[in-house]
Design a protein. Structure first.
Length: 255
């Protein structure tokens, strides 16, 4: 039977594979699937599982090259698990900030959520770092994603195992982590309230969503964000003024 280790190991062997020619969406994955030249993040996932012995098209049905369909079919089959249960081999469907639907997908590369609410993935048709398109970047890369960007986790019927992680972070991962840490540090040094906009508000929304809220991570401190802040402050014994200063930041993002 297919195992999570097989899935992750196969995906890792494809790291740094790129489109040929560049910016064409033409890959061996698209040729195998019969849709060469189309966006291929979900096609890459299907290819990896096929190499491991599982045909996702037979398991889920047609149309899985379209990420919302992949999510819907997986949910219909009862494959969805909660984000906090994520483990290696799971299919991670992503919705980045500012988007109104699932539009990208990868494979979870390591068990569990890492400190800071981060998940390690291997994705097709992304960029190797935070610069460049995240959902049409033209290469296979290992990425570090905030768990709040994961809209749906599907666990196909494979045998679980724990793949051996790489001994060190890759250079793109180091860049990702350093930029994330720096951005969060800047945010926590800022006092924000209703009407505020920008990076600090986005990190506020990500932090509140980690605690179970469902806010759009759009960088706009509107009424819904303020209501979530007030509820958080009341729940944590803070002055419920709707203003996010040092005490509220420390409670939302400890450390």
């Amino acid at each position: 039977m297919t195992t999570a280790c097989q899935v992750v190991d196969i995906a890792r062997k494809e790291l740094s594979t790129t489109e040929d020619p560049p910016n064409s969406n033409r890959t061996k994955y698209g040729a195998w699937y019969g849709l060469n030249g189309e966006r291929w993040c979900a096609i890459f996932v299907a290819w990896v599982f096929a190499q491991a012995g599982m045909d996702l098209r037979k398991l889920l049905g047609p149309g899985i090259e379209y990420t919302p369909t992949l999510a819907a079919l997986g949910r219909k089959l009862g494959l969805e698990v909660t984000r906090d249960q994520i483990r290696a081999g799971d299919i991670t469907l992503l919705r980045f900030s500012g988007r109104n639907r699932i539009h990208h997908v990868g494979i979870c590369a390591e068990d569990g959520v890492k400190p800071g609410g981060l998940v390690v993935t291997i994705e097709g048709n992304t960029s190797a770092g935070v610069v460049g398109s995240q959902d049409n970047g033209g290469c296979v890369a290992q990425r570090v994603r905030p768990i709040s960007s994961i809209a749906c986790v599907l666990r196909p019927p494979f045998d679980a195992c724990t793949p051996t992680p790489p001994p060190v972070f890759t250079e793109p991962e180091k860049v990702d982590l350093a930029m994330i840490a720096a951005a969060l540090t800047r945010a926590k040094a800022t006092t924000i309230e209703i009407g505020s906009t920008g990076e600090a508000v986005t990190w506020l929304q990500i932090g509140l969503n980690r605690g179970g809220r469902i806010l759009r991570e759009d960088g706009n401190f509107g009424r819904q964000t303020r209501a979530a802040v007030l509820a958080f402050q009341r729940a944590h014994g803070l002055a419920p003024d709707g203003v996010v200063g040092p005490a509220t930041w420390a409670a939302i993002w400890p450390g």
